[in-house]
Ligand binder design. Structure first.
Ligand code: COA
Length: 256
């Protein structure tokens, strides 16, 4: 992986850093391929319990898809281009381990869509997030028209996508686009992940699965929740959680 760094620490936190400084970490086919490989590996890597995704340098998380790819694309190729990125981003969203984006610089176009595919987002105070595609005569193609309204609501998403104007970190927090704004977005994401990892991995995995079902009609989502609740109660971690509470001690989850 040339444009993506894969670094694990002793606590089970994987830091993935997109590193293409010449283009402000823009996503070309190589980076998309590296993200695909890295998340496949992280899914089954027992040393990884949570993932922090960020961009190298101080200026950009990701400045979008690499615009130099666009002029040569015909309609069919462009559709395949979008489908490839969407598949990789869906893989990120479907990770059974928590994934947080540390938006340490601009997150525009594909960068905003990449952050949206993560489960949680933190941002540094000065950053801008947005879907500026209409300024280029195109529309978001890596999931922006679908995930942005699911995260911030249709009204705010419609404004962002139709004007193409980005929002600052504070506005992003107000509309729920980022969870936290902190001087050091990476450290804030790390803290958030660490607090999540104090909980049992099975409970986290099942929670993420249940949350994904919130895209479906309420009755369907509720059926999923009940089934997953059943699975959660059948784990050793559930027995340990209740026993530890009754014995007034901290639980020791085993992840089974
Ligand atoms: N694709 C390809 N190259 C990009 C890029 C992208 N999405 N975003 C930035 N770059 C390149 C620039 O072309 C420039 O290259 P150069 O040094 O060879 O000229 C370099 O990164 C630095 O960008 P620059 O525009 O000079 O920096 P800036 O600080 O003036 O502006 C941005 C920063 C992010 C506001 C500006 O680069 C920008 O608007 N980028 C495009 C954002 C976008 O529309 N993304 C959606 C794509 S669908």
């Amino acid at each position: 992986m040339n444009a993506l760094r894969y670094e694990t620490d002793v606590d089970g936190l994987l830091t993935l850093t997109i590193d293409r400084p010449d283009t402000l970490n823009a996503l070309d086919a190589e980076v998309v391929g590296d993200l695909d490989d890295a998340f496949r590996r992280a899914r089954t890597d027992d040393d990884v319990r949570g993932v922090l995704l960020t961009g190298a340098g101080e200026k950009a998380f990701v400045a979008g898809a690499d615009i130099s790819q666009f002029p040569d694309l015909g309609a069919a190729e462009a559709r395949r281009f979008a489908e490839r990125g969407q598949a990789v981003f869906s893989q990120i969203e479907q990770m059974p381990k928590p994934v947080a984006a540390a938006v340490n610089g601009v997150a525009l176009g594909g960068g905003c869509e990449l952050a949206l595919a993560c489960h949680l987002r933190t941002a540094s105070p000065g950053v801008q997030l947005g879907q500026p595609e209409v300024h280029l005569g195109i529309i978001p193609g890596y999931g922006g028209t679908q995930r942005l309204p699911r995260v911030v609501g249709r009204g705010a998403a419609t404004e962002m996508i139709l004007t193409g104007d980005p929002v600052g970190a504070e506005r992003a927090r107000e509309i729920g686009l980022v969870n936290r704004v902190a001087e050091d977005a990476t450290e804030a994401a790390r803290e958030l992940l660490r607090s999540i990892l104090e909980n049992g991995p099975e409970a986290i995995r099942l929670s993420l699965q249940a949350l994904r079902a919130s895209d479906q009609p309420l009755e369907t989502g509720l059926r999923h929740e009940a089934a997953l609740f059943g699975q959660a109660l059948a784990t050793d971690d559930a027995t340990e959680g209740a026993t530890a509470f009754l014995e007034k001690r901290e639980p020791e989850f085993q992840g089974r």
